[in-house]
Design a protein around this ligand. Structure first.
Ligand SMILES: CCCCCCCC/C=C\CCCCCCCC(=O)SCCNC(=O)CCNC(=O)[C@H](O)C(C)(C)COP(=O)(O)OP(=O)(O)OC[C@H]1O[C@@H](n2cnc3c(N)ncnc32)[C@H](O)[C@@H]1OP(=O)(O)O
Length: 224
């Protein structure tokens, strides 16, 4: 845990150092190639291990990758930009993927279609602090929303959160690994009812419980 926090803070210091001086593209040859080249850029899948991942997160990731071998579970890839956004919004980024590796939300979601449930492995970094040493409740809510939302979006298509009810039972230590188990309980027309638990990696501590209502968007209705 301490090591992953240290790695994240090292990234932070490196970024601070780079902030002064030349433009981002001038400082970063990879970025420059993307900006000035016409070649197709393959987006980075963020739901894969990076050096900021702790041993606990890697261990759980490997366990779930094993479960994927017989096809019962599938790892869901995750990108910063949604393919759904229009060209003029291409700078828009998914909230949970807007941080450098290790500083914010590090997570991967696995989906089991037979059981209509997801498991999200989540490590919250130093930028998500609330009470010193612990995750901010809003960051926990964000991660629950994203994990439960994904569990709704796979069967439901384009959904939005209408209601999210969370009981925060124990504080989550910063940079620790938690497991968010979400399941689809019921579908009524356009309404999808889901529930989830947030537990420690060893499953001994129940940190939070939540229920959510997601609504499948009506193509006939405007959002605004
Ligand atoms: C974002 C675009 C989607 C991209 C998807 C990409 C693919 C997947 C990728 C990634 C997966 C997920 C990762 C992201 C997860 C994060 C999701 C968010 O953060 S969403 C932002 C926060 N939420 C809002 O801002 C909603 C604001 N609310 C609304 O816009 C509307 O209220 C909406 C769309 C939710 C429903 O509006 P209506 O007009 O379509 O539907 P009506 O007729 O009002 O309700 C339908 C039924 O639901 C009940 N209902 C609606 N809201 C309710 C509520 N709060 N409590 C109880 N029932 C409610 C109603 O009573 C009605 O029930 P009866 O059919 O009559 O039985």
């Amino acid at each position: 845990m301490l090591r992953s926090c240290t790695a994240a803070l090292r990234t932070l210091r490196a970024l601070r150092g780079r902030r002064e001086g030349a433009s981002p593209a001038a400082r970063d040859p990879v970025l420059a190639r993307r900006w000035f080249s016409t070649e197709k850029v393959i987006p980075k899948d963020h739901a894969l291990p990076n050096p900021s991942w702790s041993k606990d997160l890697r261990l759980l990731f490997d366990q779930f990758m094993k479960k994927c071998e017989d096809g019962s579970w599938e790892r869901l890839p995750s990108y910063k930009n949604s393919k759904l956004v229009k060209e003029q919004l291409s700078q828009a980024q998914l909230f949970t993927r807007g941080y450098e590796d290790g500083l914010g939300f590090e997570y991967v979601i696995f989906y089991n279609d037979d059981e209509k449930r997801t498991v999200c492995l989540f490590q919250g970094g130093p930028y998500l602090q609330g009470v010193p040493g612990f995750l901010h409740g809003g960051a926990i809510a964000t991660m629950i929303d994203a994990a439960v939302g994904m569990c709704a979006a796979i069967p439901g298509g384009i959904v939005m959160t209408a209601n999210l009810n969370i009981n925060f039972k124990r504080p989550i230590p910063l940079c620790s690994v938690v497991v968010i188990n979400s399941q689809l309980d019921k579908i009524e027309g356009r309404k999808l009812f889901l529930s989830c638990t947030v537990r420690s990696a060893d499953e001994k501590i129940l940190y939070s419980e939540a229920t959510g209502l997601f609504i499948k968007l009506d193509p006939e209705k405007s959002l605004i």
